[in-house]
Design a protein. Sequence first.
Lengths: 373, 415
Amino acid sequence: MTDVRIWDGPSARPPRQEPELTRRSFLRTGAAALGGMAALAAALSPLRELASDDIPDLGQFLQKHYKEMTPTDMEAALERIRRKVEERFEVRPHLRDIKPMEGVEFVYALNLSRCIGCRKCVHACVAENNQSRSPEVQYIRVIEMPRGTLDVERGNHHYDRPTVPDPNHFYLPVQCHQCANPPCVKVCPVEATWQEPDGITVIDYDWCIGCRYCEAACPYWARRFNFARPHLPKEQLNPTMSYLSNRPREKGVMEKCHFCLHRTREGRMPACVEICPTGARKFGNVLDPHSEVSQILKTKRVFVLKEEVGTLPRFFYYFDERYPNSLDPEAVAIAHRLKAEEGDAYGLPPGPDGPRREFIAAAQPQWWNGGRA
Amino acid sequence: MKTYLTFLARCFRLSFVGDRRYYAWMFFLTVLTLLGINAYCKQLVHGLATTGMTDQVSWGFYIANFTFLVGMAAAAVMLVIPVYIYRNRELHDLVIFGELFAVAAIIMAMLFVTVDLGRPDRFHHLLLRFNFPISMLTWDVLVLNGYLLLNLHICGYLIYCAYRRRQPSKVFYIPFVFVAIAWAISIHTVTAFLYSGLGGRPFWNSAVVAPRFLASAFAAGPAFLILSLSVLARYTTYRVPEQAFLTLRNIVTIALSINMFLLGSEAFTEFYTDSAHGASARYLFLGLHGHNALVPWIWTAIGLNTVALILLFMPVSRKRSVLQAACIMLIVGIWIEKGMGMIVPAFVPSPLGEIVEYLPTWNETLVTVGIWAGGLLIYTILVRVTVPVLTGRLTYDQDFSAATGAPAELVTNHP
């Protein structure tokens, strides 16, 4: 094989003249440049499908970080969001920026002896907080656990039984634990997520860059990412919303449970607490010694999940000592009544995990994944 | 200043000139890059739903390639150390090729992080509200950009001096070289800390991640250099000293042995302890509850690395072709081990014990291929303009004589 050289030495041949610009070389260079531009334009062509609100307008582009906004800035941002919601949902939303209350630290307690696994909390949460219905985004995951273990790897996330509760299992609902030492806040490169004075870890959806480092850092799998443009039918929009909680999200940002701060900061209960048919869920101000949660923390043997990771959750679980081997019979009776009243709609399992893949199904070649969708 | 601009202009023109193979190679890379850009545009429109990632496995192919490439970039230092610390003259010029590759690898790594972002339009938020020093990702942004600048400076300065036929002034580059050595180790350490600092992911939460990353990088990086120097030695007039291949071969052999040892240590700890923390490792190596998407990947990687290591230990790998084969095997092996084998299993099972498997989609793969092609395009151009400068065929004197009207040597290989 001869030595092919991309370079020949100056001494090899007498120096040649600088070539003149011939018509041929001009045409060739021109054609190459033109072909290159056409190929680039073709490559960029999918961008024509970008929705108009995928591209941030100047107001949003220049919007400051939540903590740097003056009241005037905030009013401008709220007005911009209201306008956007009105365009998309044809409803004028009641949107505010609700601040934390003085002397309040929220805590959650969940009585595992009374949870019947009906998933009403999951669906109430979705309705309250304007989560995407397609792809499905849910903040609460109820795990069906075999008795005698707290190892979540032995649980079932997709249980779908004709009747819950099953006597051989208990039900472990998990959502954001609003940790006092939150790893998700630590890792965020742009401070788009932080802990508020009342203990709620919030996200500025207009600041998040979508790197998903917080999602990797969370030991409770509490965070969700908008892999696609969230879809929410107009008639299902909850028009009462706040900046840091349930206003509609955009594609490419994180979201998670915020203890319904637009309700709880005005003295109401979170949607999941309100809907729970058995009263398994308790919520309140731990700084108030007379609150129900303070009493529970004092009198029940509460525990937290994964205590060893050192995140100091504000979400406590406990079993009722009166019923060591079964659920609270009163809760079971409520379950039977609900089943009789509501039939099939009750206890709906979560939809397929992750983003819906309509686009993928269309764009993916058949042979990729061996023909599976 | 004017001469510098002339130099840049010459380099730019030179990058469009070459023989048929050069054109074919560049055309091939350009097509792949355009396909990648096209796929990325689709991702911009439809969101990251075009990837195989889910809320359960929230990082995938992109971050895997990012991790691998940071290591490749860091490995440029393995050439620098023998040259500047042990004064190994033979390798002197070759350092430049290592650093040029570092430049291309860093650019690719940064592109991989960028395509992984859900909101690339908010990139400027990093400048406005930088969570330093708390977030390890901000450290990574700093060290990667710093490393890019350092390498651009060092090789840019040395090449420009060669162009001007000047002796490089030590003050302008020796201090930077020593900073770059420490910096190279830092970029990969910081990248490892990105993962090992997460208490909620037991698979990553191990002190051996950073040493393992360095060891595997110092095997794969020099292996890549062996391959690219072989191409230079074969297709250009640039003379690569035989000693260079042998030194690199030693580095690769030692680094790969350490890497295999650390992998074994990790596997022992996980499997002998047999605690719940080992679920991800079990998923990776053996499969978990019938889910075993990664099992063929990791055993392919281990097989390739083992064969490569055996070859490297035997005298037969002094032969160029055997050495090249071993290098290709170990690059692929480490790419799997450190990418799919390091990033994905940490997400399986999820922190709530759910098993959702991950495979890259077609679109995601095209974006990945596009970035690799773009990076190789950059590296090819950098090498293309560097070779004539270092061999003294492109110098200021020639350009100067061209400017004064004397016939200049044309930068072409067409006879």
